[in-house]
Design a binder for this molecule. Structure first.
Ligand code: NAD
Length: 387
């Protein structure tokens, strides 16, 4: 069985999720398409890199991603750093002929995402952007039902991504609240996941009419480079610095195929933790999903007998997408890690088959175009066509 050596850049939250996926993927999906080997992990300081090496089971650690990208014994560059370094690393990786998985959002702006797309086109690199939520089996099942025509023509998409980890005004001014690093706030960080659902399940977005809001204009400055996502509650006594990104976004959507929709994303919705949802109405039925109940897809089929009509709960398991690699009994529990394991499986399969996976950098670029249009629309107070 072929081995593919992975260099992972960034050993924070996503570093943990991706390392888990490399280790567990062959245990879930066997025979594995190839064996990912955790070769080298890179972080900013020796201490952080060595810590990540030991914790995440890599052979080596390093602090200079440029040297790592050039290494002959590395096959895959895995970008798990904050958004401001995605483009630089991905472009260098493409030039070095490496396969690439890059965390979302692909970049801070569509223009930056385009430079990454241009770099991978013709490079021979397999490329993927890590919108892992679509790898939840219930979401993949929704796509299958739509493709099979089970809900007819899609009329309407309603997406939300509501969190509350930054609702506390004293949670720190991490990189996620700095435009120069993150590019945007709720738009790039979480709305893009819901946009990936919208494109995956309905199709491309043609125009948007949005508003955005920043509720908390300053936050206490933080030490260190890792965003702890509000854990620990923050430091009310620390010096405060300005937040220059959005906390909340709402938008109406017009899809190219005539469907309509709406999307709301905020990190200030007390009581909502990872409330990533969609509801889709079709001419012959409806589908609904809530990531907080991620084993379940709610489905209503209008051709059910009249006295049995209504939403039914389908617990995903062996008969459903990716079921052969997961647990044999439905409702044993899909976790966040499972979505990353499935993502890793699809990446490795794509590399072995030499066929681009989805979502790839083209998809990441198209989502950045929608994100840019949302920001432009909010500023203009008008409908904006997606470029
Ligand atoms: N797919 C998802 O569900 C999901 C969830 C969280 C974050 N993300 C994305 O993953 C990326 C990383 O987010 P995170 O939550 O893991 O951040 P984090 O703050 O937890 O970790 C980032 C790590 O990268 C390191 N780093 C920063 N710059 C570096 C550089 N130039 N070279 C090497 N290491 C560097 C930091 O020291 C830190 O260890 C972001 O793009 C984010 O949007 C995706």
């Amino acid at each position: 069985m072929r081995t593919l050596n992975v260099a992972m850049i960034g050993g924070g939250f996503m570093g943990k999720a991706h390392a888990l996926a490399y280790a567990a993927m062959p245990m879930y999906f066997w025979p594995a398409p190839a064996l990912p080997r955790r070769k080298v992990v890179v972080d900013l300081t020796e201490e952080a890199a060595q810590d990540a090496q030991r914790r995440f089971g890599f052979d080596e650690s390093a602090t200079n991603w440029r040297a790592v990208v050039e290494r002959d014994d590395v096959d895959i560059i895995d970008i798990c750093t904050p958004n401001d370094s995605h483009a630089e690393i991905a472009i260098a990786a493409a030039r070095a002929g490496k396969h690439i998985i890059c965390e979302k959002p692909l970049a801070r702006t569509a223009a930056e995402a385009k430079t990454m797309l241009d770099a991978v086109v013709g490079s021979g690199s397999i490329h993927m952007v890590a919108f892992n939520y679509r790898r939840t089996p219930a979401v993949a099942l929704a796509r299958k039902f739509i493709e099979d025509g089970r809900i007819g023509e899609v009329l309407n998409f309603r997406g939300t991504y509501l969190q509350d980890w930054s609702a506390n005004p004293d949670s720190p001014l991490s990189w996620r609240f700095q435009k120069s690093v993150a590019g945007s706030g709720a738009i790039g960080d979480i709305a893009t996941h819901a946009l990936d659902f919208a494109r995956y399940l309905v199709g491309d977005v043609a125009s948007v009419n949005a508003l955005v809001k920043t509720y908390i204009p300053t936050r206490p400055k933080q030490s260190g480079t890792v965003d702890k996502l509000g854990v620990g509650g923050g430091n009310r006594d620390a010096e405060r610095g300005p937040v220059d990104v959005d906390d909340e976004v709402m938008t109406m959507l017009k899809f190219a195929n005539g469907a309509v929709g709406s999307l709301e994303a905020t990190r200030n919705a007390y009581g909502r933790n990872n409330f990533l949802t969609f509801e889709i109405h079709g001419s012959k039925g409806s589908l609904a999903f809530n990531y907080e109940r991620r084993d379940e897809l709610q489905a209503m089929f209008a051709d059910d007998p009249e006295d049995a009509r209504g939403f039914r709960t389908i617990y995903t398991g062996a008969p459903h997408p990716y079921g052969d690699g997961l647990w044999p009994i439905p409702a044993l529990g899909i976790g966040y890690g499972d979505t990353k394991i499935i993502e890793c499986y699809d990446l490795i399969k794509a590399i072995v088959s030499a066929e681009q996976p989805s979502p790839n950098f083209e998809d990441g670029y198209r989502i950045s175009l929608i994100a840019d249009a949302i920001a432009k629309s909010a500023e203009a107070g008008a409908w904006v066509d997606v470029a």
